[in-house]
Design a protein around this ligand. Structure first.
Ligand SMILES: [Fe+2]
Ligand SMILES: [Fe+2]
Length: 179
């Protein structure tokens, strides 16, 4: 296993989440109800799995390591801008969910931002997987791959967060509306 493989594995889990998001916004747009609590749990996974765990692996370790070769810098800048975009979309989702929770009808913006998020995810991950292939083939040494892999694993070992997040994805997949 290498650091790049760990990021690819994160993406496999994020693809599972993307399917849930698509179900969710499709159902909402068709006027069917989904428990607000379930939608809130989706947004929590966006914040705590994507942002806190996965983006931090990319932004704090992987991208800087690739950039240290003075290679693929333009590609990295684009990927970072896209991360910022997704953070803004997640913040909008939070805001409208809170309004909905407080009794206003926020079905339309919630469905719309979920759809936006899903489009971002497909596009970003496709781009990034091509980036991983290039970083792996053109820059990262075996030692660097191994060092970052160990670092990702040691953070994982001290935190139950990743397991908790994967369990959340499993829970959401099991919900009647998501099947
Ligand atoms: Fe990314
Ligand atoms: Fe990624």
């Amino acid at each position: 296993m290498s650091a790049t493989d760990i990021l690819r594995e994160d993406h496999r889990q994020i693809h599972r989440l993307d399917k849930i998001i698509v179900r969710c916004h499709t159902e909402l747009s068709a006027g069917r109800d989904i428990p607000l609590n379930d939608i809130t749990r989706i947004v929590r996974v966006l914040e705590e799995f994507l942002d806190t765990i996965h983006y931090s692996r990319e932004e704090d370790s992987y991208f800087p390591c690739v950039a240290s070769y003075d290679h693929l810098r333009r590609e990295i800048r684009v990927l970072l801008i896209e991360h910022e975009f997704s953070r803004r979309v997640a913040a909008q989702l939070r805001k409208h969910l809170r309004r909905w929770h407080d009794g206003e009808d926020a079905r339309e913006p919630v469905a719309r931002y979920l759809r936006t998020y899903s489009i971002y995810l497909s596009d970003h991950m496709k781009k990034e997987e091509e980036f991983f292939d290039r970083a792996e083939a053109e820059t990262l040494s075996r030692e660097e791959e191994y060092e970052m892999y160990e670092q990702f694993r040691s953070v994982m070992a001290t935190s139950k967060k990743l397991d908790e997040m994967l369990a959340e994805i499993g829970y959401l997949e099991s919900r009647p509306w998501a099947r």
